[in-house]
Write a protein that binds this ligand. Structure first.
Ligand code: TXA
Ligand code: MG
Length: 513
């Protein structure tokens, strides 16, 4: 693009961000044939303005499919130029537009995740890869330059939900470009980097204070599980009844040993297969676990989370960490740091923002105390996956469980949970509410049907896991918007759909009290 020499002058010493184009800055509409089809994401301009205060902006885009679809390279370039002008009019300067025109089958060296263009930027502009970042909505985007030390940030826009399961855990995830930009700016001042926040969190836990931290399921509010006074603070901060026991989080598989009386074989098999990950095991507790953690009961719930920040926090604290979800009791669980502040601001010593929780629903709680293991709460690991490892598994639906206040096998399985403030119903087919103009309709996937109300689609990526990842984010969004009624569509009851349905049912039940 024009003015390269001038741009080269501005590059001195600034780190770079490499951005994908389609699905990251603008909607991914397949092949873009003319400038009129360019649709910027709503928060893109504000995000890019913020980012360019600290970083040089580059775009790396793969347009192989556009060329394959018959477009000339110069036509592809014209789209880039048109977008460059739109951004320039807003005061945003893209240093360089790097385009790969090939299909993967051509085995070119410039297609992502090859670091071709990052090396070129290093050569042409003196960019330091190890100080640079790359953002995009495809695993190939965020893995580009990894071997050079480029840090990826993954976005759930575009194809993001569809490929989420392929993204390694050391790459933080954000719902939008704006969310990712905000996070980067908040973590670039001295003392605020993720590792510094984690160290501060670990010190707070050792001190018996509360720390809100990311896990792959939802954010947790944690403290030293072996300190009963510290654990009491969790119940106060969340306004949680003392009869609802806490999950103890560990960072090494072997750390379960001192917490339980013995480890049955089924537990060992499940630990080998699913830890770290969204599976909580309920086992007979050892005397080392304070009664407040288990609500006075004889069993303890233990899990090893998969989020690298959670693991680092627990390791550095050198303690097992007791942590419920970081929300007020009975309310929707948080899947971002912003969700945590909304409900609990001021009630913890440290909040570690590690991006969006990618599973999006809580861990599966499995009791191994009975003859046949029982799922007390469906979650991130599915019944089918469990049965493949240990054979028959029973399920207790929350509605079969005793009501609030009664002594129960699983004291925390209270129906009025995950509740938005707006009245909510759960239906098999949302078409029944198609004529209601004041309803928010939460759908499993895209629809061609007309709805008089507003529709919110959970399953844009077409996978149930993607829909689960968006569940609480969407419930919170809709709840803020003053609808008269929330109508949610039931999912197929298989796989993670069982967990989504459980949360939707309980959200709906909670608002009927
Ligand atoms: O994904 C998760 O599990 C998240 C993250 C932060 O790890 N944690 C979470 O915690 O969801 P919480 O407290 O919101 O839910 C824990 C559930 C409660 O329903 C509780 O009753 C159940 O686990 N639970 C805990 N200890 C138990 C026990 N000893 N026996 C039966 N159920 C137990
Ligand atoms: Mg993309």
């Amino acid at each position: 693009m024009a003015g390269t020499d001038q741009k080269r002058l501005q590059t001195q010493g600034k780190p770079a961000i490499f951005l994908d184009r389609d699905g990251t800055i603008i909607e991914d509409v397949g092949t873009l044939r003319e400038a009129g089809q360019i649709a910027l994401f709503p928060d893109a301009i504000a995000a890019l303005k913020k980012l360019q205060e600290r970083f040089l902006l580059f775009v790396i885009t793969n347009q192989g499919t556009a060329v394959q679809a018959g477009m000339q390279r110069k036509e592809v370039d014209a789209i880039n130029r048109a977008l460059d002008r739109i951004l320039a009019d807003e005061g945003i300067a893209i240093v360089e537009w790097y385009t790969c025109y090939h299909m993967r089958s051509e085995q070119c060296s410039c297609i992502k995740p090859n670091p071709f263009f990052i090396e070129r930027a290093a050569g042409e502009y003196g960019i330091e890869p190890a100080a640079s970042l790359i953002m995009g909505d495809h695993p190939h985007d965020v893995l580009t330059g990894k071997e050079l030390g480029v840090q990826g940030l993954y976005l759930l826009t575009g194809h993001g939900l569809k490929h989420l399961s392929e993204v390694p855990y050391d790459i933080p995830v954000f719902h939008t470009l704006g969310e990712g930009a905000e996070w980067l700016l908040q973590h670039s001042a001295p003392g605020t980097s993720l590792s510094e926040m984690t160290a501060a969190g670990a010190a707070a836990i050792r001190n018996g204070e509360l720390v809100a931290f990311p896990t792959e399921t939802v954010y947790g509010l944690g403290t030293d599980a072996l300190n009963a006074d510290a654990a009491a603070r969790i119940f106060i901060a969340k306004q949680r009844p003392l009869e609802d026991p806490l999950i103890v989080h560990i960072a090494e598989k072997g750390d379960i040993i001192p917490l339980v009386t013995h480890l049955p074989e089924k537990a060992s098999l499940l630990i080998d297969r699913f830890w770290p990950g969204p599976l909580t095991l309920v086992l007979p507790k050892s005397p080392a676990v304070p009664d407040i953690i288990t609500a006075g009961g004889a069993t303890v719930a233990v899990r090893m989370p998969a989020h690298p920040v959670a693991l680092a926090l627990i390791r550095q604290a050198q303690r097992p960490v007791a942590a419920p979800s970081a929300n007020l009791f009975g309310k929707t669980s948080p899947t971002t740091a912003a969700h945590v502040t909304e409900q609990l601001e001021g009630r913890y010593a440290v909040l570690i923002d590690g991006g969006a929780s990618r599973v999006g629903v809580e861990s599966t709680v499995l009791s191994l105390v009975e003859e046949i293991p029982v799922i007390l709460r469906p979650g991130g690991v599915t019944r089918e996956e469990l049965e493949a490892v240990i054979g028959e598994v029973a399920v207790k639906s929350w509605s079969e469980r005793p009501a609030v206040g009664e002594r129960m096998a699983s004291p925390g399985m209270l129906p009025a949970h995950y509740a938005p403030a707006t009245p909510m119903v759960l239906v098999d087919d949302a078409a029944t509410y198609a004529d209601d103009p004041e309803a928010a309709i939460i759908l499993r996937g895209p629809t061609t049907r007309h709805f008089a109300g507003s529709i919110f689609i959970l399953g844009h990526g077409g996978t149930m896991a993607g829909a689960a990842a968006m569940l609480y984010q969407t419930l919170r969004l809709v709840d803020r918007m003053d609808f008269r009624l929330i109508v949610a569509e039931r999912f197929p009851d298989s796989g993670i759909g069982a967990a989504v349905n459980d949360r939707l049912e309980r959200a709906a039940a909670g608002t009927q009290d």
